[in-house]
Design a protein around this ligand. Structure first.
Ligand SMILES: Nc1ncnc2c1ncn2[C@@H]1O[C@H](COP(=O)(O)OP(=O)(O)OP(=O)(O)O)[C@@H](O)[C@H]1O
Length: 338
């Protein structure tokens, strides 16, 4: 795939630049080509949404960036450039020890399932103190004070009492907030939030997302929000990347992406998304399913079998990104007209 998204922004002005990243999983039933030539960047203070249906590669992308793919996963191509002050490092080439220091302090992640991500046999307050101790020189008293402040900052009621709770004693929503407090403990420069509000009620969802947005503004924290909730992405993100079957198919600032989607898949995703003014019958399901990523004969465009605009060219020629407007790119030979 030819991807000019790699050159949309100079590395120096981005905090993170992912370039032509490809990931495969070697499994007993074949090689899963989970990501192919993924390129994007994110700047300080920016909130970037990554959307796409289940299996499109959103979580694998986050794990690959942080260097925590599981053993079956292999990065077969690309670089992940991290720029701080005037220095740029490829995280994929960074020694594990240095990368571990960076994770948690500068780069942080909120995982999809907080109950799995938290240590079930350690009190949540202690888990916060552990993270703070790793990355700061605070005294014992200061560590506890900071942990309590963090619990309060994510709106945990009665932080003093919750400090001594084990994860199983807390609701899913509270565990999610503990995860967020852990991820934010060291004021990271980049937060990757994978489905940060899954399982939360609507009010708590808004609290969590507003909190993340405030931190992005106040501390210039860059945030990648991974979600299949388009409504949430449209409300909180500055820019959106749409993924389908391991490819980026469209990338644009939020407003143009939703008002003038140019990739047929983006348009279908939007048409399938519930909105307050839409009746249930107005929603149009996306027909077909993601292709089997183990197939050796995957077409250059992985949306081809679900697309009503596809032609021979989509089957034969390498997928080309087209710039359809400023900062608006689409990976399609036949983008939708405006
Ligand atoms: N450990 C693994 N072994 C084999 N294939 C894997 C592994 N992890 C992920 N994959 C494959 O990689 C592809 C992308 O998966 P990923 O979990 O990133 O999707 P996702 O968009 O995050 O989905 P969801 O929204 O459901 O979390 C899928 O085809 C998945 O089956």
């Amino acid at each position: 795939m030819i991807s000019p998204l790699t050159t949309t922004k100079p590395v120096q002005t981005s905090l993170l630049s992912v370039r032509d990243l490809s990931v495969e999983f070697r499994t007993r039933t074949g090689i899963v080509k989970a990501l192919e030539n993924i390129s994007f960047h994110i700047s300080k203070g920016e909130t970037l949404g990554i959307v796409g249906e289940s299996g499109s590669g959103k979580s694998v992308l986050a794990l690959a960036i942080l260097g925590i793919l599981d053993r079956a996963g292999h990065i077969t191509n690309g670089e992940v450039l991290w720029s701080q002050n005037t220095e740029t490092h490829n995280l994929l080439k960074m020694p594990e020890k240095k990368l571990r220091q960076l994770r948690g302090k500068e780069l942080s992640m909120i995982f999809q399932n907080p109950r799995v991500a938290l240590n079930p046999i350690r009190k949540v307050g202690k888990q916060l103190v552990d993270v703070l101790r790793c990355h700061s020189n605070l005294s014992r008293n200061q560590l506890k004070k900071r942990a309590l402040e963090l619990l309060a900052s994510v709106k945990i009621p009665d932080p003093q009492q919750r400090y001594d709770a084990y994860p199983y004693e807390l609701s899913g929503g509270l565990c999610q907030r503990i995860m967020i407090a852990l991820a934010l403990a060291c004021s990271p420069k980049l937060l990757i939030a994978d489905e940060p509000t899954t399982g939360l009620d609507v009010t708590t969802q808004a609290t969590v997302m507003n909190l993340l947005k405030d931190l992005a503004t106040d501390q210039q924290m860059a945030t990648v929000v991974i979600t299949h909730d388009l409504a949430l992405a449209s409300e909180y993100c500055d820019r959106i990347i749409v993924m389908h079957a391991g490819h980026i198919v469209e990338s644009a600032p939020t407003h143009p992406l939703f008002s003038q989607p140019r990739h047929p898949y983006t348009a279908k995703l939007i048409a399938a998304t519930p909105e307050p003014h839409k009746e249930f019958n107005d929603l149009i399901p996306i027909l077909g399913s993601l292709p089997d990523l183990r197939r050796e004969d995957l077409a250059p465009c992985r949306f081809i079998s679900r697309c009503d605009r596809a032609s021979e060219r989509c089957q034969q020629e390498a997928l080309m990104y087209q710039q359809v407007d400023e900062a608006h790119w689409v990976g399609c030979w036949y983008p939708l007209e405006v």
